[in-house]
Design a protein around this ligand. Structure first.
Ligand SMILES: [Zn+2]
Length: 326
């Protein structure tokens, strides 16, 4: 199977070749550099002969994500050497640990607010984004998002979003400006095919919440046994550089909470291929009105497990509850 070759890639490889050659003309070129130059030349030859991007063992297309990460790869995942497979596995476990380190602390309190979350990658790393940042004066920022795609590429974009929001929040921008700026940077630095749905909120000590929902699933506002969906107010991040984002304004009373989730919950399928769905989630939350926020997350997970039965977990799952405790 032939792959479509990105013309930019050839340019990039030629650039690398030039840089390598410059290093090699020094007094004592290392064997490693010479080996790399040979690999670049071989990749260029494969481009000329039309075999670039094909596994040298099975001749199937190499996974595009891996090829993008390492343009010199010549084997698909199935045909890596045992040593290469072990190295890849070590990398993935390290990536998982780094991603875990980016998560907020579940059960943390900020003035009258308390947050709980559940973060569960489908594989070793997740494309879901979940963060909470202290806004001072008893307030907080909370973010829950879902980057398009899965695996390592999505996890890289997720960590990009994490850094971006952390930086913009520390600049003290108002929420709409925050999301507009994040969108612009995300647009300018991300491949055209990638985007992220996201809910970003600011909760203040008085119980007011300002919410921006960029194409994400509607959070649930839980007030006693009343459950209301807060609809999306815009397109996902990364679609258009200049788009603007509308805000929703809510007020939470003591005991109320906001439940945010990714499609790993509502689009999970049972054995027969039926989706879990927003209606089932709404009913479940309404019937669990006495539960604490931590218990509510546990109830959701248990119901999802019961619904899914033996069907495989296909998507990353994240749940975030923001509740007013005082
Ligand atoms: Zn192969």
């Amino acid at each position: 199977m032939a792959t479509t070759l990105d013309p930019v890639l050839r340019e990039q490889l030629l650039d690398r070749r030039q840089l390598l050659q410059r290093s090699i003309t020094g007094p004592a070129p290392g064997a490693e550099l010479i080996g790399l130059l040979q690999q670049v030349d071989q990749a260029l030859e494969r481009m000329d002969s039309g075999t670039y991007g094909l596994c040298q063992v099975c001749h199937d297309a190499i996974e595009p994500e891996r090829l993008a990460a390492d343009p010199l790869t010549c084997f698909c995942l199935d045909h890596l050497t045992a040593a290469d497979q072990r190295a890849l596995e070590r990398d993935l476990h390290l990536a998982r640990a780094i991603q875990g380190g980016l998560l907020p602390k579940t059960g943390a309190s900020f003035g009258p607010w308390q947050i709980f979350f559940h973060y569960q990658p489908a594989g070793l790393v997740s494309g879901d984004y979940c963060d909470v940042v202290d806004a001072g004066q008893g307030g907080l920022y909370f973010m829950l998002g879902d980057v398009s795609g899965k695996g390592v590429a999505a996890a890289m974009l997720m960590s990009n979003l994490h850094a971006l929001f952390r930086a913009l929040i520390s600049a003290g921008l108002p929420l709409s400006e925050l999301v507009t700026q994040a969108n612009r940077v995300f647009c300018e630095t991300t491949l055209a095919a990638h985007y992220a749905t996201l809910v970003c909120g600011h909760a203040s000590a008085t119980g007011q919440i300002v919410l921006c929902n960029a194409g994400h699933l509607p959070p649930l506002l839980v007030h006693g046994n009343e459950v209301t969906e807060v609809p999306s107010t815009g397109l996902p991040l990364g679609m258009f550089c200049t788009q603007e984002f509308a805000l929703s304004h809510l007020r939470l009373e003591t005991g109320d909470s906001l439940l945010l989730y990714t499609d790993g919950l509502t689009e999970a399928e049972d054995d027969a291929g039926t989706a879990y769905g927003r209606e089932r989630l709404g009913r479940l939350v309404a019937s669990s009105c006495g539960a604490t926020p931590a218990d509510l997350l546990a109830v959701c997970r248990k119901d999802l497990d019961a619904f899914r039965g033996s069907a495989a977990i296909r998507d990353d799952l994240s749940l975030l509850s923001v509740s007013r405790t005082a």
